[in-house]
Structure formats: C-alpha cells, structure tokens
Write a protein that binds this ligand. Structure first.
Ligand SMILES: [Zn+2]
Length: 275
C-alpha cells in the first residue's frame, strides 16, 4: 500500500509495515503487540503523549486539527488544561532560540518507507532538513560545522520530563535518549533515508523539558550507536516477523494492561510462593 498522512497510523499500515514504535511494542510484550495489530487492544492516550503531540502539531502546522481530534485537552469551560498551557510555554521557549528554530525549519512529517533485513518499514520524520538548509545552519552556527558536509539532517523533537539520566535494571544509568530508545528511532529513520537518497545523514534530537522553567537541548546521536543498533535490530527482526504472521507464538509479559485484561484465573496462588 502507498502510505499517506491519512492511512499512516491505520491497522492495515501497521500490519504491512514495521515501525519503531511497533518494534518497541513487540519488545515490551509480543501478545500486546499482536492484540493491537488485530484491533483488539488500543493503546491509551496518555497526557505525556498528548503533550508531545501538541508541541509536534504546533510545529507541523496542524495544531487546529490536533485540538479538534483531542477535545480532552480542554476543560469544560473550553480552556486549555494546565499541561497544555505548559506545552505553550515550551513552544515559546523553543521559538525563542535561533538554532532550535532553524533546526525545526525543514520539511515536517515526511513519510519514509524502505526495508530493513528484508522486512518493510515505515517512518514519519518530525523534520527533514535538506542539503541547502543544513549548509545554511552550518554557516550561521560554527559548532554545527559538520552540516557543511552532509546531504541533509534528520531532526526529531522530544518533550521530556527533564534531562536527568534514568535507571534500568541490568543496564544501569542511561541518558534519556537511550532510555526511551530515541536512538533506535533515529537508527531506523537514518537507514530509511539512506535507502532513499543514498547517503547517511546526521541525526539530532531537539529536546525540551516539562520542568517549571523548560530546559532546551540539541543532542546528536552518535553514528557508532546507530550502527550497533542497526545490527541488533536486523538480528531480531526475523523473530518479530515470524510472530507477526503467526508462525511463532507471541509471548505474553503477564503484567501489561493487555495481559491484565485477558487474564483468566484457573486456581489459587499459594501466598508463600507469591513473590
Ligand atoms: Zn503483556
């Protein structure tokens, strides 16, 4: 199928193509990912997601559509809820910064498709800076000199709680980009763009925080990290693809919202064994 802004998030598109969010969903619970693909489970719209969506919509010029599709962001009196008023502060903070504004000046919500390890993938870029725009930025900001030599750049906008490292069992302290797998997202975007234009381009996360006074940061994802991510992704895609078409059983995590919903009691648990 040909992907358009209207069908990009459809079930059919998700069945035909992998995406980073789908891979992350399979990684956290295969049974839940399959239920979502079958249309039996719909992910909850969290406030955190909606705040990010609000800011994205502003910069892609789709804020009015976003407001009409998400009436829950308004109070009964028709005023913006406090979280989205904060989103307005974040937007103002980003727009007050010259480099941030330039980094977000490219083409918005570009849809890309391609193949990774032979499996169809889709992606939607927050912002694609073409070669000319990248060169202009390098001219104005000497620290961005690398952009002189690139065929463009990929910029993703992230709204996060703060920039404090986060802890994950077995992995220790991780920066927020790796903790939330934004680096995996950039890996896939870079690879699909490479397939389209024949060149690898640098990838940036432009992030702002939801703190009382929003912080702002521009982070470049290291190429070595993306190279390693791509190898790991190619390794595990055949298994995910087998699960996706039903050739292998989907493993249930037992603790996500979907698993709790379909849980059926078959007997009693001995309290001594319950840890
Ligand atoms: Zn689960």
């Amino acid at each position: 199928m040909i992907l358009t802004p209207e069908n990009y998030y459809s079930l059919r598109a998700n069945q035909e193509f992998f995406s980073v969010s789908q891979v992350k969903q399979f990684d956290s619970c295969e049974a839940c990912a399959m239920a979502e693909l079958a249309g039996e489970y719909v992910r909850e719209k969290t406030v955190a997601l909606l705040v990010g969506g609000y800011v994205d919509a502003h910069f892609s010029g789709e804020l009015e559509v976003f407001k009409s599709e998400n009436p829950e962001i308004f109070t009964k009196k028709g005023e913006l809820r406090s979280e989205y008023q904060q989103a307005e502060n974040i937007i103002a903070r980003i727009e007050r910064d010259a480099l941030a504004t330039r980094m977000l000046s490219g083409e918005k919500q570009q849809i890309l498709t391609g193949q990774i390890a032979g499996f169809p993938f889709k992606a939607k870029l927050d912002c694609w800076l073409d070669e000319a725009s990248a060169h202009e930025i390098a001219k104005s900001f000497p620290e961005m000199g690398e952009l002189f030599f690139s065929a463009g750049a990929i910029v993703d906008l992230k709204i996060v709680k703060d920039f404090v490292p986060l802890y994950r069992d077995g992995e220790g302290r991780l920066n927020f980009i790796e903790y939330w797998s934004y680096d995996l997202q950039m890996t896939v975007y870079q690879e699909l763009k490479r397939q389209q234009i024949g060149e690898q381009v640098p990838c940036f996360i432009l992030a702002a925080t939801k703190e009382h006074v929003p912080d702002l940061g521009l982070f470049q994802v290291p190429q070595s990290l993306m190279d390693a991510n791509l190898v790991l992704l190619k390794d595990r895609l055949p298994h995910l693809a087998d699960v996706k078409v039903g050739r292998e059983p989907a493993e249930a995590c037992g603790s996500c919202d979907h698993c709790k919903t379909v849980k059926e009691l078959t007997g009693a648990v001995w309290l001594e064994e319950y840890v």
